[in-house]
Design a protein around this ligand. Sequence first.
Ligand code: KG4
Ligand code: ZN
Length: 342
Amino acid sequence: MTRVVIGIETSCDETACAVVDENRAVLSSVVWSQYDEHRRFGGVVPEIAARAHLEKADIIIGEALKQSGKTWADLDAVAVAGGPGLIGGVLVGVMTAKAISLAHDLPFIAVNHLEGHALMARLTHPVAFPYLLLLTSGGHCQVLIVKGVGAYEKLGATIDDSAGECFDKVAKMLDIGYPGGPAVEKRAGLGDAKRFRFPVPMKGRVGCDFSFSGLKTAVRVCVERQGALTEQDKNDICASFQRAVCTQFQDRMVHAIEVFRHKYPDARDLVVSGGVAANQAVRGVFEELARKNGLVFSAPPIKLCTDNGVMIAWAGVERLKCGLTDDLTFKPRPRWPLDERA
Ligand code: KG4
Ligand code: ZN
């Protein structure tokens, strides 16, 4: 019998649910983005997010089940993002999943949202453990060796902001729309990346850590100095900024690949995931890194890079296959590192 898992994601500003089976079939995926709720604030407001999840969760879950063509009786487990994230939203998802688990007598699986991103590429690509992963999203930027389900070794992380946050702030400074990442990427495609020389924090340093706050400040100073910005100025700033981010990824990952190679000479997979992995220029950096280092590059399809229910359902499948279920005493975890020893 093919096992089927429903996955619920409510840890940030997407209310999402999906049904996935262990043969990698995505039977349904419904994502409701709260952009309209948060747009006028230029960022996610936790209180508004929690209330919006509460309003929409039941509807989105019902829709995902219906679209999958399954009934509750056909399912083998309910998985939910149990953190890290905005606690109000996580509470909504976890309580809903516990209720489903009780009502339909289904095993309950609390998935680390980051594990959802980390394992996502294994749904769509033949990625084998151990693999080297850059997880780059709105809340996180870290490089990990994924040794197996629930087994992570962190090689480095940002010492200040995440790359996604930086994309969002730059978009806000330039007033080019929300969410920021896709807006910056679109503008960057029309701009001159050589016009502004932004710093590349951490470049050339030993280790695999990242830093983005200096870059963010440099963009702010540039915007202030330019005064009234033309559309071309904005495009050029976006292009130059995106190039600086990519240069940092490139520089830092060279170190990470060295460490990975040393520890696992026979491993071959290089993966980038999380919202920022939706960026074509970022994907290009990884493609090139893989080619130069004899590795195989994989990234989830664009729409599975940003938050979604499939990543939670798929991580649920992976955990279920390992016999990793949780009991209903699970407490939502606003902080939940993948590498607990780090
Ligand atoms: O993974 P995600 O949906 O949520 C978190 O777990 O944080 O990532 C969202 C982040 C946002 O900061 C967004 O601006 C960024 O990913 N992002 C992008 C792109 N699409 C989304 N950044 C750069 N280029 C993109 N195309
Ligand atoms: Zn995420």
